[in-house]
Design a protein around this ligand. Structure first.
Ligand code: ASP
Ligand code: MG
Length: 417
């Protein structure tokens, strides 16, 4: 059994979906489970629907129409016959979504979010499973919510591994090809939950782990894992191979190519992870696996943008010690502030944080009551794994470096834009 995952960019239009049929020829000798996320930017578009639902109902229908129109145009590219039953099944899904919007009484934002956001994946898998069957690649569409079981922490649900394994094994029989959704799951009351944005990679790893898959392959719109993000760095180089540990480190420092939770389950069962180019399926891409060394042996650059540097010192110039650090971290935790870098000296404590939930002002009120606080907004954290002198120079050039930390394998620098 092999697991394949196609993300939004790899299924964003009819042409890309047609390309899946070509990719599947590579797998004609094994059964596969195909894990699919929402098409293109549908998840973002559904987030807009959710925000209209809560904040501006008058714009709700037009936000929904846009999503319907987008999927309809893809259907028309894929199916010549407008009487094909797929058109009415997709219509039915959108009616289900409308019904939820009409009937829902819950004010719980995160719960409502998950009940709506899942339609991106429900629609994409229905279309792709239908299209592949239509093209003669026989498959069964299974609902991931019947297989991946989680707690009810909506939008960031935690997987119940025992139940999930049992469900996956009992529902996926050998000798058949499966299409299912990434990202979505369900709680013990069978309400929809999700695994966190970009969570389909993680879903693929969950299926891989539970089925003892031979491999997991994530198909991307980049050639594989690169040594830097081509959106921000020139001359990015493809990594042919790396170990699980190195891949975990890279995602810890913020490399976004693989969802951070994906690697642990694969590492535990030593299942290799391939990251390949959707447009060049015969090229090797990147292999992540046991004892693989970083090849080529080059520095890897990661940038985290839009960070906030906070410098904290005591009002009476006393040392910042355990009790203060404890207090400070409690405030971060209470305000759901993500800490990405820490530097401590005798009287100053410096942290670089990310304010995902817009809580910075609350945090600053709490902090300023007890400490001297200086903040620098819009700073970047550059991390270089496997660094050398010239890599450091390249990053430092023309920048004001506010903090620099060097360990054996990693350099981190905070710079002001
Ligand atoms: N569709 C979801 C998202 O965009 C999950 C994923 O793409 O992995 O976050
Ligand atoms: Mg997506």
């Amino acid at each position: 059994m092999k697991i394949l995952k196609f993300g939004g960019a790899a299924i964003k239009d009819g042409r890309s979906i047609k390309n899946i049929v070509k990719i599947l020829q590579i797998y004609k000798d094994s059964e596969v489970v195909i894990v699919i996320s929402a098409m293109g930017k549908t998840t973002n578009a559904l987030e807009k629907v959710i925000s209209c639902y809560f904040n501006s109902k008058s714009k709700l229908q037009s936000a929904l129409q846009e999503i319907k129109k987008y999927h309809n145009s893809i259907l028309l590219e894929l199916f010549d016959d407008e009487n094909h039953k797929i058109f009415s099944s997709i219509d039915k899904l959108f009616k289900d979504l409308q019904m939820f919007l009409n009937l829902n009484k819950s004010p719980n934002y995160n719960y409502v979010y998950d009940q709506i956001i899942c339609f991106g994946e429900l629609v994409s898998t229905k279309i792709i499973s239908g299209y592949l069957n239509h093209k003669g690649w026989k498959n069964s569409l299974l609902d991931a919510r019947d297989m991946i079981k989680t707690n009810n922490n909506y939008r960031r649900a935690k997987v119940d591994w025992n139940k999930t394994k049992e469900k996956i094994i009992s529902l996926i029989k050998k000798r058949e090809n499966i299409v299912t959704q990434g990202y979505i799951a369900s709680d013990s009351n069978n309400f929809t939950t999700t695994l966190g944005r970009e969570g389909s990679d993680y879903s693929a790893a969950i299926f891989g782990y539970c089925l003892n898959a031979q491999s997991v392959c994530v198909w991307k719109d980049v050639p594989g894992i690169l040594n830097s993000d081509p959106r921000y760095f020139k001359n990015s180089i493809l990594l042919n191979s790396l170990s699980y540990e190195e891949a975990i480190e890279l995602s810890y420092y913020g490399a976004s190519v693989i969802h951070p939770k994906t690697l642990q389950p694969l590492k535990r069962k030593e299942i290799p992870l391939y990251v390949k180019s959707f447009f060049k399926p015969n090229e090797k891409g990147t292999k992540v696996g046991k004892n693989l060394s970083l090849n080529p042996d080059i520095p890897c650059y990661i940038i985290r943008k839009n960070q906030i540097l906070i410098s904290i010192s005591s009002l009476d110039f006393s040392y910042i010690l355990e009790d203060n650090i404890y207090q400070i971290f409690k405030l971060f935790n209470q305000n759901k502030i993500k800490v990405n870098l820490i530097q401590n000296s005798a009287i100053t404590f410096i942290v670089c944080v990310e304010d995902i939930n817009d809580n910075l002002n609350n945090l600053l009120i709490d902090l300023k009551a007890k400490y001297n606080v200086n903040i620098y907004k819009k700073v970047n954290i550059y991390s270089i794994r496997n660094y050398n002198e010239s890599a450091i120079k390249k990053i430092e050039k023309n920048k004001k470096i506010l903090v620099k930390q060097i360990t054996q394998k990693t350099v981190q620098m905070v710079s002001q834009e």
